[in-house]
Design a protein around this ligand. Structure first.
Ligand code: NAD
Ligand code: UFG
Length: 338
């Protein structure tokens, strides 16, 4: 089976490419390197010992998509390509709406033309928005995300629902990720944002290797056991394996539209992450407590029951694994840069 991965050089896409190649799928990647580096391609080959096809280009460009589908018999698509920085989406909304929506529409139109109607889409827990639950199950009504990035995910989910209802020969699985962290155990690929990171783990890593001075924990006066926010962190390799399960289901069953939470089901506080990171990596992190960050909800956690029941998938990696593998990546990556 041949799978097209859009955004396959990015953080989650590269880990998924590794898992697909390990599971003996043929892989075709398209990426424009807007948020990734070319050397990821070689790293995927080193990790897997396998080859794959790569097209450098923009998923908004229907011509290159047509070329890919003409040159390859694609059985299914996993669509990761898109911009993902919440803060940047607030300052550059048009860029986010254009890239995330346009890439998806172009992809869907060309898939339709080429009669390839099997799609796994990277959605996010952000679509639950500000609904006043702490444990999200797929059946609760979506909320309103507070930022343009989140709104693009909600809009794309709505577009996919409409598409399926208009043409039930489509098979679509929307995966709502919670908080992906960690790296492949080789330390070769990982989350490597440019500039000052916004997300917790990349920020911790920069502090750990001395590139940033101090982590600010945003708020310790929440109504949670230790006062800091709770999130559901998921190891990126578990997440990648969730895509393989979703794909297997999609390729081997009747067309349907499906939604799954991909999370561990375990809430972890910011302070817990920091202390676990220090313990497993045997170091001290410079951190302080600061003001709450605008828009943060106190506690968010997946109910991953449906993914276990229907995909036979659950997380296997621990918080210790996430902290150890993340640090291994930054250590190897800083060494490579020197
Ligand atoms: P990433 O930025 O590391 O990877 C995205 C990749 O897509 C990059 O390699 C980038 O160069 C490429 N890309 C972007 N726009 C493109 C375009 N128009 N044409 C071709 N390539 C393009 O992001 P990630 O963390 O791997 O996330 C993958 C997907 O998962 C995204 O859609 C993201 O919104 C979603 N998601 C991520 C998280 C997270 O915390 N990382 C959480 C929920 C959902
Ligand atoms: N945090 C800090 N200090 C930092 C960075 C983060 O204390 O320097 C805290 C945040 O306040 C939050 C937790 O760490 O409590 C996690 O923050 P992240 O920014 O890593 O992740 P979020 O939960 O805010 O957002 C993530 C994804 C979004 C997605 C959202 C959906 O980054 O793309 O989950 O719930 F929309």
């Amino acid at each position: 089976m041949k799978i097209l991965i859009t955004g396959g050089c990015g953080y989650i896409g590269s880990h998924t490419a590794v898992e697909l190649l390990n599971a003996n799928y043929e892989v075709v990647i398209i990426d424009n390197f807007s948020n990734s580096k070319r050397d990821v391609l070689d790293k995927i080959k080193v990790i897997t010992g396998k080859n794959f096809s790569f097209y450098e280009g923009d998923v908004c460009d229907k011509e290159i998509l047509r070329q890919i589908f003409s040159e390859n018999k694609i059985d299914g698509v996993i669509h990761f390509a898109g911009f993902k920085a919440v803060g940047e989406s607030v300052s550059k909304p048009l860029m986010y709406y254009r890239n995330n929506l346009d890439s998806t529409l172009s992809l869907l139109e060309v898939m339709n033309e080429m009669n390839c109607k099997k799609l796994v889409f990277s959605s996010s827990a952000t679509v639950y928005g500000d609904c006043h639950e702490t444990r999200f199950v797929e059946t609760i009504k979506k909320g309103t995300p507070s930022n343009p990035y989140g709104k693009t995910k909600t809009m794309i989910e709505d577009i996919l629902e409409d598409l399926y209802h208009a043409d039930p020969t489509w098979s679509i699985t929307m995966l709502r990720y919670f908080n992906p962290v960690g790296s492949h155990s080789s330390g070769l690929i990982g989350d490597d944002p440019s500039g000052i990171p916004n997300n917790l783990m990349p920020y911790i890593l920069r502090v750990a290797v001395g590139q940033l001075e101090c982590l600010t924990i945003f708020g310790n006066d929440y109504d949670t056991p230790d006062g800091t926010c709770i999130r559901d962190y998921i190891h990126v390799v578990d997440l990648a394996q969730g895509h393989i399960k979703a794909l297997e289901q999609l390729l081997n069953n009747e067309p349907k539209i499906r939604i799954y939470n991909l999370g561990s089901g375990q809430g972890v506080s910011v302070t817990e992450i920091v202390t676990t990171f220090e313990k497993v990596n045997n170091l001290k992190l410079n951190y302080k407590y600061g003001a709450r960050r605008n828009g943060d909800l106190p506690a968010i956690c997946a109910d991953p029951t449906l993914a276990l029941k229907e995909l036979g998938w659950k997380t296997t990696k621990t918080l210790e694994d996430m902290c150890r593998d993340s640090y291994n990546f930054i250590i190897k990556n800083s060494q490579n840069k020197n």
